[in-house]
Design a protein around this ligand. Structure first.
Ligand code: PLP
Length: 381
């Protein structure tokens, strides 16, 4: 029989995937589920990117690439990062199969057993799992009482971060709240990180999906260049979830260390996908804007619909998620939502935010209306 590692026992399966699987099962049985549980844009990958992928296949780009990525893509990524004020060089980039792998490599590269990692709750599910796999002890700061914003919680963050802290994880725009952190909040993070010599992961995967607030890259702030690992990817901005393409940017020294894990695990990201990634970065602004505008319209629609039914939501300014207040037992509420109303959403508990449910509004306006109607007619709102 297998003797499973203590390490693998530290983590639970992804709660978001569990709900999506349940929704898929019910759909297979013929149920009409409005699935608002998934973290992926509902748009096709823009045509120019698909064509670039096909062209790359036809041109025979099917072998391994250099481990950290093809030079054209690393250069395009560095150029893109320079656009948000990060003094980036192609040698400071590792191209990964998805942002998730970039995060995984980062935790493994920085964390020893017993190191303290600070998370801002509600936090995306996989940070906790990745931190625990690396042996971290977690400390958490709850943003829920502050409308999911970081700026009003800076005092609590200051009480939590100390010289013993190894790593702080920041995700703006946020999954699951959609919150975009203010410049003052990020400067507060910088001040604490510098004071206590803490490394920071800045997960900016929803960077392109912001509405009225401006996105700010943490690594562009004074004092952050040599302590930030910037994570980004193509899944959300370019609707490329299944292509699996992302990256990390940090110092060359960091890339040297993390690159060992990268080369011994995934070897490299997929060759023709990397070539499509160059096209995505260089020629897709129009599609990105169209998708962003659609997300904004849907968010506004949902806010109006919830408002009509007396549900007060702390509305985020980015990503395509919203946390709505539900029963204290959010797990039971989400079960009722799927069983009785055929609407799938993710319990807030999965993000360490009990009493909420996460709604992904990467769905058509018609389906969003349908979801709210069903929740209302089943007395769930
Ligand atoms: N970071 C956050 C906050 C996410 O929500 C996701 C995807 O759900 C990722 C990273 C990883 O995405 P991918 O691995 O598809 O690039």
């Amino acid at each position: 029989a297998y003797d499973f590692s203590e390490r693998i026992g530290r983590v639970a399966p992804s709660a978001t995937l569990a709900i999506s699987n349940l929704a898929a099962e019910k759909e297979a049985e013929g149920a009409d589920i409005v699935d608002l549980s998934v973290g992926e844009p509902d748009f096709d990958t823009p045509e120019n990117i698909v064509e670039a992928g096909k062209d790359a296949l036809d041109a025979g780009h099917t072998g391994y690439t250099s481990s950290n990525g093809i030079p054209q893509l690393k250069e395009a990524i560095a150029e893109k990062l320079r656009g948000t004020g990060i003094d980036a060089d192609a040698d400071e980039v590792i191209v990964t199969p998805g942002g998730k792998q970039a995060l995984y490599e980062t935790f493994q590269t920085l964390i020893d057993d017993g190191d303290e990692v600070v998370l801002l709750d509600p936090a995306w599910v996989s940070y906790e799992a990745m931190a625990k796999l690396a042996g971290a002890d977690l400390s958490r700061v709850d943003l829920a009482p502050h409308g999911f914003q970081l700026e009003p919680a800076l005092d609590q963050l200051a009480e939590t971060v100390s010289d013993d802290t190894e790593l702080l994880v920041v995700n703006s725009p946020s999954n699951p709240t959609g919150a975009v952190f203010s410049e003052a909040a990020l400067e507060g993070v910088r001040d604490l990180a510098v004071e206590h010599d803490v490394a920071v992961i800045s997960d900016e995967i929803y960077e392109q999906i912001t509405y009225d607030a401006d996105h700010l890259s943490l690594a562009s702030l004074d004092g952050m260049a040599d302590r930030t690992v910037t994570i980004n990817g193509f899944s959300k901005a370019y609707s490329m979830t299944g292509w699996r393409l992302g990256y990390l940017h940090a110092t060359e020294e960091f890339v040297g260390q993390a690159g060992k894990l990268h080369s011994h695990s995934v070897s490299c990201a997929v060759n023709f996908v990397q070539r499509a990634g160059v096209e995505a970065l260089e020629n897709t602004d129009e599609s990105v804007t169209e998708m962003r505008d659609a997300f904004r319209d849907r968010r506004d629609l949902l806010v109006d619909l919830f408002d009509e039914h007396g549900v007060d939501v702390d509305v985020g300014d980015g990503a395509f998620y919203m946390m709505i207040p539900v029963d204290e037992d959010d797990q039971a509420w989400c079960e009722a939502a799927i069983e009785e109303a055929s609407v799938a959403c993710v319990p807030g508990s999965a993000f360490n935010a009990p009493g909420y449910a996460r709604i992904s509004y990467a769905a058509s306006e018609e389906r969003l209306r349908e979801a709210v109607d069903r929740l209302v007619s089943n007395d769930l709102l």
